[in-house]
Design a protein around this ligand. Structure first.
Ligand code: GLA
Length: 662
């Protein structure tokens, strides 16, 4: 953001961003055309048809207006769970007041099942480890999880269960030594949802009263007929629908539909809407793009392991994806591993970084530790209430990258309080670093005082004007609340409200693996024996805030824009304006990094399905165009970038300085 631009904003001519735009064009000497506010069609152009939806098209309901919080058995116990251990965790949550902070879901993971009953396919609980599920006086095949769930509900908590989208679960492939594997015939050991979606969801939610389900994906991934465990354990083979690491070999449409069936069953068997739906297919099959359409949260990467490089891997899988998260739908970089390995009580700097980054990235906060014996130093991390408050802020924005490098990152999360933002300064390296935080990173005004509050210490940390420098210890994260006047006096940049945006169409032609995610040495036995750790999660080319889809600065006809949304052509964004704003404005054009340079693009703004504004067609190299629209009466504003037919290569466009003003 240039000084002139900020000055123009502060001088506050009418219309917020309109003033900014004028200030900018005056100082930058841009070739600029004003668009008609009245819709006017481009004459000789043939445009790609992309219909506005006129509504918020994400279908998911459930109880996840803020990221889910609670406890899960997996990182603490793997399959070696028991009623005693789970109830012990629940009691510790209550005794330590963690429930008051929002940790409410007590989730059992893999290992709870005995088998699927041969007579009618009903799932049977392993009563050796969950004794309260044994119905008194009944046979061993008559079990009921209701008493266990009631007990959790009686403590004011919620209960979560685990299953798989295929026929078999992960432990049946990876934990063959486990004492808690399903038993019986091949069919009885098919404990996953495949072929039983309605039956199982009705049982888990309707009869047993669970409130949360995590649906894993090993059943559609590692049960091909060539797998050793398929023959050694006599499992029914299933052609893998997912190939981890290669989205083109995955059956994206089928995987998406299978997860959609579960969503429909959850809606059907939870008339009160009291459910949370966690999709766990580890970033495969392009779920980073469609997870929001099927579930409340979706894993964006493979399993977390308690070592530093894996933390970077998990973080990177969500860090550029803020536009895909928002109230009800969350990117999931996996559960907390605080208390173990490189995040244990001897590595509190790392454990705190883990917690602070998960919080600012609006990730689910699911504790994975045996809470019956947790040291106070770890309890202090989970109960850092001002950091939890950042995670749970009602606006539901995922923190965005205000500064990015392989060494340091700065994440900023706009909070619901006026002029309030959380900011985390993250040292990814094993060396001390100096980091400069600026007013521009915070999208706050230069020349005015910005107050910081240290969220670990829970005390004021001074004020600064324009910039302030911090020293970060190796692996350290500083996290503050910053209070100061926003650059826009009477509105917000779209990049400050990713929680209000749905990426309805991303313009991506072919899902492609994202090369920006930290690649660690394989932690599961391969070591460095392969040719290398390769990019493995589709999502490359999705829209980003304050950058192009490929991570470059936004730049139109040689002019750089510090803020905006970078996206591909033939895309559509839905923005929840909720009639709270009077004007939408942006400076649009084809980005200088566009690979295709021969097509033209038209930018359109719709309000509740009605065309409000349309730019004239722009070509590569054309000066930016100002688009304004009166959105006073609009609940949903849609931003469509339409290409002319026939582009052979990717068209990269920008809604620079896009803002909603009051
Ligand atoms: C997968 C999931 C984990 C856990 C295990 C259980 O690996 O990603 O979170 O649920 O399965 O076997």
């Amino acid at each position: 953001m240039s000084n002139q631009l900020v000055t123009a904003a502060r001088n506050g001519a009418r219309g917020g961003l309109a003033a900014l735009v004028l200030g900018l064009s005056a100082c930058a000497g841009l070739e600029e055309q004003a668009t008609d506010i009245k819709p006017s069609g481009p004459s000789e152009t043939t445009l790609t048809p992309i219909a506005p939806s006129g509504r918020w098209s994400v279908k998911v309901s459930g109880q996840a207006s803020t990221p889910p919080m609670g406890w899960n058995s997996w990182n603490a116990f793997r399959t070696e769970i028991s009623e005693e251990k789970v109830i012990g965790a629940a009691e510790a949550i209550v005794q330590n007041g963690l429930d008051d902070l929002g940790y409410r879901y007590i989730n059992i993971d893999d290992g709870w099942w005995r088998k699927r009953r041969a007579s009618d396919g009903r799932m049977i609980v392993n009563t050796q480890i969950f004794p309260s599920a044994q119905i008194e006086g009944a046979g061993p095949e008559d079990t009921d999880f209701r008493p266990f769930v009631d007990r959790l509900h009686g403590m004011g908590l919620k209960a979560g269960i685990y299953t798989d989208i295929g026929r078999n679960a992960c432990s049946q492939a990876y934990d063959l030594h486990s004492p808690n594997l399903p038993v019986g015939t091949t069919a009885e050991r098919e404990v996953g949802l495949f072929g039983h979606v309605e039956q199982d969801i009705e049982l888990y939610f309707g009869a047993w009263g669970f409130d949360y389900v995590k649906v894993d994906a090993c059943g559609i991934n590692v049960y091909g007929e060539e797998a050793d465990h398929v023959s050694s354990q006599s499992y029914r083979p299933m052609v893998p629908l997912i190939q981890q690491g290669n989205v083109r070999l995955s059956d994206v449409g089928v995987v998406k539909d299978l997860y959609g069936e579960v969503r429909d069953a959850l809606v059907k068997f939870n008339p009160d809407g009291d459910f949370v739906y966690s999709i766990c297919n580890w970033g495969s099959a392009n779920v980073r793009a469609w997870g929001k359409d099927q579930g409340n949260l979706w894993r964006t990467s493979g399993d977390i392991v308690p070592v530093w490089p894996r933390l970077l891997h998990s973080i990177d899988s969500v860090a550029t994806r803020s536009l895909y998260a928002g109230p009800g739908t969350w990117n999931d970089p996996d559960m907390l591993y605080i208390g173990h390995g490189e995040f244990d009580e001897n590595h509190l700097t790392e454990a705190r970084s883990h917690f602070a980054i998960w919080s600012i990235l609006a990730a689910p906060l699911l504790i994975g530790y045996d809470l019956r014996s947790a040291p106070q130093s770890l309890m202090d991390i989970w109960s850092a209430e001002e950091i939890v408050a950042v995670n749970q802020d009602a606006a539901g924005n995922q923190g965005t990258l205000a500064y990015d490098s392989d060494e340091a990152q700065i994440f900023v999360k706009a909070l619901s309080g006026r002029d309030q933002k959380a900011v985390a300064l993250f040292n990814r390296t094993a060396s001390p670093l100096k980091v400069q935080l600026t007013a521009d990173h915070l999208k706050m005004k230069r020349g005015t005082e910005i107050a910081l509050r240290d969220l670990w210490a829970r005390e004021p940390a001074g004020t600064f004007v324009n910039e302030i420098e911090f020293g970060l210890a190796p692996h350290e994260t500083l996290i503050f609340k910053a209070t100061g006047p926003s650059i826009l006096d009477d509105g917000l940049f779209l990049s400050e409200l990713p929680g209000r945006i749905n990426v309805a169409e991303d313009g991506v032609l072919q899902p492609t693996e994202d090369p920006t995610i930290f690649r660690m040495i394989d932690p599961w036995g391969q070591g460095t024996r392969t040719a290398g750790s390769r990019p493995g999660y589709a999502g490359w080319g999705g829209p980003r805030v304050d950058a192009t889809p490929y991570g470059q600065d936004i730049r139109i006809a040689g002019k750089e824009y510090r803020t905006g949304i970078g996206i591909l052509g033939n895309s559509r964004l839905e923005v929840r304006a909720n009639r709270e704003f009077s004007e939408f404005s942006a400076i649009v054009g084809i980005d200088d990094s566009s690979l295709e340079q021969d097509t033209r693009v038209v930018f359109e703004v719709f309000g509740d399905g009605k065309l409000l504004s349309r730019s004239s067609p722009v070509s590569f190299g054309d000066g930016a165009i100002v688009v304004n629209a009166d959105v006073r009466d609009a609940d949903i504003v849609e931003l469509i970038a339409r290409q002319e037919h026939g582009a052979d290569q990717l068209v990269i466009v920008a809604w620079a300085d896009a803002a909603l003003t009051r």
